[in-house]
Design a protein around this ligand. Structure first.
Ligand code: S3P
Length: 446
């Protein structure tokens, strides 16, 4: 059913909007939602989850955890409960686990499966089947698990989990929270200490949530990076989770309001984990009038209300070391750069090449197809803005990538001519209700 829905392309056109106004909330954080379902399935007892993202990606994780023996129930919209089976308690699924469009679901689950003595097969949609899995297979094989994947270490991939998993010691080769998390999750059912060294810090939701469930985890900070040590085979105890609004989703309405003259909007309850908020810092550095109020801690994560007012923007220059803290926001940040005055340089975007699409090339194409001058130099994206609205009038090829679709629609809110997006169906993977929410703020899609 899901697959059938995803194969029908839904084009949509965005036209120039007049001032956006309103206070909204965005759906729950995607990264935290996946982890909430996975860890609660491995805990003893019942975990109640509120604010869970009900996007396609997270539904895939819910189905997979059910197929592995956990009870995962939706009570009312956004409120779920999970009865966990305990670490080591997952049972062999009787069919292939289809993770749809979700790299996070596939990679984190590969870590969990590696240290359970069961056989499983992971697959995904055409976009996910193109994405590299070697980055997980290599470290996680240290447990003793056996992986057999398609050429180029791509899905579908079979996993024969280790009966007596060995703990992993690994220094990260790419800055990837998915790989780090896969290693830590594999370490949950290994005897002894799992140790991951990351030279560049990446989002730490797995570490925070492991602590929340009672695992013994130590994090040592060093020169921008971290060393994380996890004691294997803890007893995870069910602990309720409130999922904050996704800052990666909030970035779309916030950038739209920054760019459309006369706008002022607030997004309430946005997750403000410092390893996720690079885009807000980058926008402020460009001159965005962006303020944060009502800061609080919810479920172990900082949360606040973010308000923006339309602002003239200057060019951006972002450091490679900060790329992980806004890795999913570069397409929409590039849209902001297209409307800024001067030449922006977004540095160190190599990882964008292995997202839901080759997002580096696709972001450049999105802007170039709408009248902007852009270049890719090595791993940097260069955008020449002249402070005025881009021409628009182009067709955006979304390539099964939700963030390109949303970036194209936001671009069309400011361009002189409308922007057509070839397929908005993938927006449902991370931001169900995006079109209605944006329309409610004043956007014109049709
Ligand atoms: C995620 C990590 C990032 C990000 C993805 C979600 C996670 O991927 O792009 O959308 O939840 O851990 P990488 O770890 O591959 O950079």
């Amino acid at each position: 059913m899901l697959t059938a829905l995803m194969t029908v392309s839904r084009p949509l056109t965005a036209s120039r909007a007049s001032a956006l106004a309103g206070a909204i909330a965005v759906p729950g954080d995607k990264s935290i939602s996946h982890r909430a379902l996975m860890l609660s399935a491995l805990a003893i007892g019942q975990t109640r989850i509120t604010g869970l993202l009900e996007g396609e990606d997270v539904h895939r994780t819910a189905s997979a955890m059910r197929a592995l023996g956990a009870q995962v129930m939706r009570d009312v919209p956004g409120e779920w409960h999970v009865n966990g089976v305990g670490i080591g308690g997952l049972t062999e699924p009787d069919d292939v686990l289809d993770m749809g469009n979700s790299g996070t679901a596939a990679r984190l689950l590969a870590g969990i499966l590696a240290s359970h003595p069961i056989f499983s097969v992971l697959t995904g949609d055409a976009s996910l089947r193109r994405r590299p899995m070697g980055r997980v297979i290599e470290p996680v094989s240290q447990t003793g698990a056996q992986f057999s994947a398609r050429d180029g270490r791509r899905l579908p991939m079979a996993i024969r989990g280790a009966s007596h998993a060995m703990p992993i010691a690994y220094r990260m080769k790419v800055a990837s929270a998915q790989v780090k998390s896969a290693i830590l999750l594999a370490g949950l059912n290994a005897r002894g200490l799992t140790r991951v060294e990351e030279p560049v810090a990446t989002r730490d939701h797995t570490e925070n949530m492991l602590r929340h469930f009672g695992a013994e985890i130590a994090v040592e900070r060093q020169e921008g990076g971290r060393i994380i040590t996890l004691a294997g085979q803890p007893e995870l105890i069910a602990a309720d989770i409130a999922v904050p609004g996704d800052p990666s989703s909030a970035a779309f309405p916030l950038v739209a309001a920054l760019l459309v003259e006369g706008s002022r909007i607030t997004v309430r309850g946005v997750g403000l984990n410092p390893l996720r908020t690079g885009v807000f810092a980058a926008l402020r550095a460009m001159g965005a009038r962006l303020s944060i109020a009502n800061e609080r801690i919810e479920g172990g994560e900082p949360v606040g209300d973010v308000t923006v007012e339309a602002s003239p923007l200057a060019a951006a220059d972002t450091e490679p070391a900060l790329a992980p803290s806004m890795i999913d926001e570069f397409p929409i940040l590039a849209v902001a750069c297209a409307c800024a005055t001067g030449t922006s340089r977004l540095r160190g975007l190599g990882e964008l090449r292995v997202k839901e699409s080759d997002r580096l090339a696709a972001t450049a194409a999105l802007l170039a197809g709408n009248g902007m001058r852009v270049e890719i130099e090595g791993d940097d994206l260069i955008v020449h803005g002249n402070g005025g609205p881009p021409a628009g009038g182009g067709l955006v090829a979304t390539q099964m990538d939700h963030r390109l679709a949303m970036s194209g629609l936001v671009l069309g809110c400011v361009t002189k001519e409308p922007v057509r997006v070839d397929d908005v169906s993938f927006i449902d993977t991370s931001f169900p209700g995006f079109v209605d929410l944006m329309t409610g703020l004043g956007c014109r899609f049709g």
